[in-house]
Design a protein around this ligand. Structure first.
Ligand code: MF3
Ligand code: CO
Ligand code: CO
Length: 256
């Protein structure tokens, strides 16, 4: 990406983070995931932008909301958030044709120790991967950092879904695996590359099941909890720049 394109990505990231901060106060017990979806859609359009998930590959809503054993791609519906839930909200905006993509796991009311731990592990995994990045480092740098973090908790890393390059497209090269592969040892991240890191961490088995009825919802096979955090990152000649930093959300080092 050239400088002009990088600035367009910065602008998309800033808006997306602002949207995440906007919905924050509404994510609480008693609220339906459909209501949060409506807030996301309305706020995005009121600011002249487009919610990327809507109609993407046929996805029916404007964001993904994934509760408890749902790993990702949960479809907002009439489910009412309850005390003890952990809920990932994944928001992607298109701003002047460029994408910003991020997610957070929210703890609803008082949650179990295990639920808190898996959210903590997912947040720490994301940030330890970001902190390990250097210009032209192998993609495997990311997987190594996340494997190290997950193993400290005895949690597992989902393998079927990855981070991704993004720009004018929602998903493009490179594929960003959250574990080490031979391919990720060979591929390097050059300055000017924009991509996401979005580790999905499971309390039990890493295996997932894709819902055959709705075509989207991904769940843990064993019914265990799953948590995820995501940021959009621009690699620069000076190192990684996180484009989707929120003002009010959990920052690097946050303890739940
Ligand atoms: N936001 C997801 C990601 O991080 C992708 C969602 S695709 C959708 O890559 F169609 F479900 F929106
Ligand atoms: Co996302
Ligand atoms: Co993404």
């Amino acid at each position: 990406m050239n400088d002009i394109e990088q600035n367009a990505m910065r602008k998309a990231g800033v808006f997306n983070a602002q949207l995440m901060d906007y919905i924050r106060e509404y994510v609480k017990p008693g609220v339906t995931t459909e209501y949060i979806n409506t807030l996301v859609d309305t706020y995005t359009r009121d600011h002249g932008h487009i919610p990327a998930p809507l109609h993407y590959g046929g996805f029916p809503k404007s964001c993904c909301i994934s509760v408890n054993d749902v790993v990702c791609h949960g479809i907002p519906n009439d489910y009412v958030l309850q005390d003890g839930d952990i809920v990932n909200i994944d928001i992607t905006s298109i701003v002047d044709g460029w994408h910003g993509d991020q997610s957070e796991t929210f703890l609803i009311g008082q949650v179990s120790n295990k639920a808190r731990d898996v959210a903590q592990c997912a947040l720490d995994s994301l940030w330890s991967a970001i902190d390990a990045l250097e210009p032209n480092c192998p993609i495997a740098t990311i997987g190594k950092a996340i494997e190290c973090e997950a193993s400290q908790y005895n949690f597992s890393i989902v393998r079927e879904l990855t981070g991704h390059g993004l720009g004018k497209n929602f998903h493009q090269e490179p594929t960003v695996t959250h574990y080490v592969t031979p391919q990720s040892e060979k591929a390097h991240i050059s300055p000017g590359t924009c991509f996401t890191i979005e580790p999905m961490i499971n309390t039990g088995s890493p295996d997932v099941i894709f819902d055959k009825n709705d075509g989207w919802t991904v769940r843990t096979k064993d019914g265990g909890l799953s948590a995820q955090f995501e940021h959009t990152i621009l690699m620069t000649t000076n190192g990684p720049e996180v484009l989707t930093v929120t003002k009010q959300g959990p920052q690097r080092g946050h303890v739940f």
